[in-house]
Design a protein around this ligand. Structure first.
Ligand code: FUB
Length: 453
């Protein structure tokens, strides 16, 4: 009996280790299915790394129901923030579906999301632009880049001399062009077809600079066969000619049919972001974010990467919190009803806070998206001048009965802990309703996924 017990302990210990090896460091983010990561560090804050990603819908095994984008940020590669939905097909008047791979850029004081969606009028991919005052969005659509046909998988590279270039690729082709200063159009005579210079290219170009050379990395199909593997090529000029250098992420255990990535230097270390199917399992097309250390050889070639269960954190478990600004309301998949955005009471995060809870049933609603049914802790940063009763709805579940949840008055801005909530795989609307007239301000909601596997 004792032997059996010891065996059980041993199996449990290894299962625990496996969980932490597989789920806590690489995949990097596992509470949501996200793919096609574009990594950036913005000039005004070199200590924060941002990932702009597409989003797969749980329960699917295809890319036809990709409708929105997410942004993630970190200062230390260990603690990550999921800033929620930042743009959806519903916010783009010219598009009908297929929110596929994205990029982002910062130019002349504005942040741009550079995305691709299918245009309603033509049925072809266009490269859209959306802007925000903040790197975490939410972003407002400003139209698509003129003269780019089938503009899937955009990469907007701004060279050191401030010249903007667009790269895009789909279905075994890759092209590039210089953009006009406002980014909304191309300079047609600069357009190049890079397909023949990029061995096995399929889609998803990404350009970074290393030692004054231009590195174009991309998903390719070895001998025309799936799954995709990551390749790269090098040039002296952004528009080429490029010399193919081979693969830098060959197929690996846990891969998905596609791969797609970006390369960036953060705090003296080069990193390769990409995606896999490790969370969904099998050869699923529902993907999760991955990150690995990247090393160059002295001759500038990239050492091939075998994705490492330890990821990029030196063994430290990664955690990711969903951080939802109340004032983003509809733009981030939620809603403000009877309430409004204010900026008068200082020390808020983001663009403001939600106030105006002066009639019973006024509410603020945010959207939390997750990969699987899971528990999470809900915290809300608020300022309440009196005790009051609230309804907190998570999906269709009310946290307290009809009498409402008593909430105590706060001492200025305070983070109030509402304890564990149950999230369903997919979309979870979290609605905070005051049941009475109350001097209440809501700054943001924090959803901390509890990983129990
Ligand atoms: O995520 C949808 C599509 O899958 C991307 O646009 C491609 O690059 C591939 O990763």
């Amino acid at each position: 009996m004792k032997g059996k017990y010891n065996l059980f302990l041993l199996v449990f210990f290894f299962a625990f280790l496996l969980f932490y090896a597989v789920y806590a460091r690489n995949p990097l983010i596992s509470h949501i299915y996200a793919a096609d990561p574009s990594a950036h560090i913005w000039p005004e804050n070199p200590n924060t790394l941002w990932l702009y990603t597409s989003h797969d819908v749980p329960g699917t095994n295809h890319h036809a129901t990709m409708f929105d984008y997410h942004v993630f940020s970190t200062k230390d590669l260990i603690h990550w923030t999921d800033h929620g939905r930042v743009l959806s097909v519903d916010d783009v008047d010219w598009a009908i579906a297929y929110a596929w791979a994205i990029d982002a850029t910062y130019r002349h004081g504005k942040y741009y999301l550079v995305y691709c969606m299918i245009e309603t009028a033509t049925g072809m991919f266009r490269t859209g632009l959306a802007t925000s005052q903040y790197p975490q969005g939410p972003f407002t659509n400003i139209g698509f880049i003129q003269n780019v046909e089938w503009g899937q998988d955009p990469c907007l590279f701004i060279d050191d001399d401030d010249t903007p270039y667009l790269f895009w690729g789909a279905g075994g082709h890759c092209s590039a062009v210089q953009l006009t200063d406002d980014l909304l159009s191309t300079i047609p005579e600069t357009k190049v077809d890079l397909t023949d210079q990029l061995f096995e290219v399929f889609e998803g170009p990404w350009v970074h600079k290393y030692q004054n050379k231009y590195y174009l990395s991309y998903p390719g199909l070895p001998n025309g066969q799936w799954p995709e593997e990551m390749y790269y090529a090098i040039a002296d000029q952004p528009l080429g000619p490029y010399k193919s250098m081979g693969k830098y992420i060959p197929v690996f255990e846990g891969h998905s049919g596609t791969n797609h990535g970006s390369i960036i230097k953060f705090k003296d270390q080069w990193l390769a972001f990409h995606h896999s199917a490790m969370v969904s399992g099998g050869l699923s097309e529902v993907r999760n974010l991955m990150a690995d250390l990247l090393y160059y050889n002295p001759d500038g070639t990239i050492q091939p990467i075998i994705p490492d269960p330890n990821g990029i954190t030196n063994g430290e478990p990664v955690n990711c919190t969903i951080f939802l600004e109340a004032e983003n309301g509809k733009a981030a998949g939620g809603c403000l009803a009877g309430t409004f955005v204010e900026v008068d009471f200082p020390d808020y995060t983001g663009a403001g806070y939600v106030a105006g809870f002066d009639v019973s049933q006024d509410y603020v609603e945010v959207l939390a998206q997750v990969s699987k049914d899971m528990q999470a802790n809900l915290k809300i940063r608020m300022s309440a001048e009196n005790d009051f009763k609230a309804d907190v709805l998570v999906g269709v579940t009310m946290l307290a009965g009809w009498d409402g949840l008593p909430v105590s008055k706060t001492d200025g801005w305070q983070v109030v802990d509402f304890g564990p909530i149950n999230l369903k795989a997919g979309d979870n609307r979290i609605r905070f309703t005051s049941k009475q007239d109350v001097h209440l301000k809501i700054d943001h909601l924090i959803v901390e996924p509890i990983h129990s596997e």
